[in-house]
Design a protein around this ligand. Structure first.
Ligand SMILES: *Cc1c(COP(=O)(O)O)cnc(C)c1O
Length: 426
């Protein structure tokens, strides 16, 4: 096939290619990206570059085309890009597991490498249900979560996503019926803590686990809540024989100002999912970590194995880049960078609070959110941001940004201007 012109490419894209959460054919024309470097996406139509305010959905924390990550990929490519993980092992996967265990909350000891965030949540749920089966309590098979969450798009994750107004509302009644409590308030409220305790106690006989996104709820509504609720969950789960799962796929690797959001409350979950920034945005990989209690429980059961094994499990190329990305992160003063971006977003987004149609402005770590009092006009908002030279991808009533940690002050200010422009015109 000869090289495609931009109009040809767009025509074929429209005809054949499904995009996230899109109809077929697509209604909104995507931008064609030719290459990316640092925090900039270069467009193929010759119109220039955009500063990426999305870090490719939380993942590209070190920016694009990073020499260290490139070198890790290149070096691994020359050794092997993949071998099966059944009966074989290799240094990139082993090193990655060790790095993850060392950096995550105390007590998480075992690592299951999955190929996407959603799959890591499936594995987390399977671990929890199987744990109780192994202990002779198969009735414990439901999950409890708070509303407003997002845990991925495959079946079990969809069942714990926000059941109303979210992306998976269509499937209410078809999905496994989980136990939902109200969304967590921003500040600590004892009455809400009581609701959590009471719901966990009431359903304890049928609950395998509580699963939540700690501190920041991502694609379910970009809401923040008091870390104190994590301690409430930990205590109630311990008191009533329920496992606790933290989905740190969005919050992991420093995004909220601690390495993992669990660190805001010094709580160790029984199971933790990571993904998104795991490979610095280079390749698809996620991981499910668990404690020895969970692993031993599963391994003592009538079926003493975790029956899960993706074809590309432990992919050496992704694992090698993940190791390099984690070492790059830990080898720098990442907290200062995240705090610097937090301060820049706070300054730059303050102006949005004055705009008509803006309901709330909030910033935590390197995450900035402007919530409107109406559904955003995606096309108008995106175009307004592009005119400021920035790539944003609003959804529902939310215009938000979580830039790469390497975004300089001038670019953070530019992103904030673009969020304001999108809020004004969206
Ligand atoms: C993105 C996300 C997922 C799903 O990860 P994928 O890699 O897209 O499957 C799950 N949970 C949270 C909190 C996420 O942000």
């Amino acid at each position: 096939m000869p090289e495609l012109t931009v109009p040809e490419l767009l025509e074929l894209d429209r005809r054949h290619v499904w995009h996230p959460y899109g109809p077929m054919p697509g209604r909104q024309e995507p931008l064609v990206v030719e290459s990316a470097s640092g925090v900039r996406l270069r467009l193929a139509d010759g119109s220039g570059e955009l500063v990426d305010g999305m870090a490719s959905w939380w993942s590209a924390i070190h920016g694009y085309n990073h020499p260290v990550l490139n070198e890790a990929a290149r070096g691994q490519l020359e050794r092997m890009s993949h071998v099966m993980f059944g009966g074989l092992t290799h240094e990139p996967a082993v090193r990655l597991a060790k790095l993850l265990v060392d950096m995550s909350p105390e007590g998480l000891e075992h690592v299951f490498l999955a190929d996407s965030g959603s799959v890591s949540v499936e594995v987390a749920v399977k671990m929890c249900l199987q744990y109780w089966r192994s202990l002779g309590r198969p009735r414990k098979q439901r999950l409890l979560t708070w509303r407003g969450g997002y845990h991925g798009d495959t079946w079990q994750p969809m069942s714990v996503c926000d059941p109303e107004g979210g992306m998976h509302e269509l499937w209410t009644g078809v999905l496994p019926r989980q136990v939902f409590v109200d969304p967590p308030p921003v500040a600590y409220e004892e009455s809400y803590a009581e609701q959590l305790r009471a719901s966990i106690e009431r359903h304890a006989d049928e609950l395998a686990a509580v699963i939540v996104e700690p501190v920041v709820q991502g694609a379910g509504g970009m809401r923040f809540h008091s870390p104190a609720y994590l301690r409430v969950l930990r205590e109630a789960c311990d008191a009533h024989d329920v496992l606790l799962v933290f989905d740190e796929i969005a919050t992991g690797f420093g995004r909220t100002g601690t390495l993992f959001a669990a660190g805001h409350a010094a709580v160790t979950p029984d199971v933790m999912c990571v993904g998104k920034a795991l490979t610095g945005g280079y390749l698809t990989m996620a991981a499910t970590l668990c404690t020895s209690r969970v692993a031993d429980g599963i391994s003592r059961g009538a079926v003493p194995v975790l029956a899960h094994g993706p074809t590309f499990m432990g992919n050496p190329l992704a694992a090698a880049v993940a190791c390099a990305s984690i070492e790059l992160l830990l080898g720098q003063d990442w907290l200062t960078e995240v705090k610097r971006i937090e301060a820049g977003l706070r300054d730059g987004l303050a102006a949005a609070a004055e705009l008509d149609g803006v309901e709330d402005v909030r910033v935590l770590g390197a995450v900035g959110v402007v919530q409107l009092d109406h559904a955003v006009d995606m096309k108008a908002a995106t175009e307004a941001a592009v005119r400021e030279g920035v790539w944003l991808r609003p959804f529902r009533d939310l215009i938000y940004t979580m830039p790469p940690y390497v975004t300089g002050d001038a670019d953070v200010a530019r992103i904030a201007r673009a969020v304001c422009a999108a809020a004004r015109e969206g």
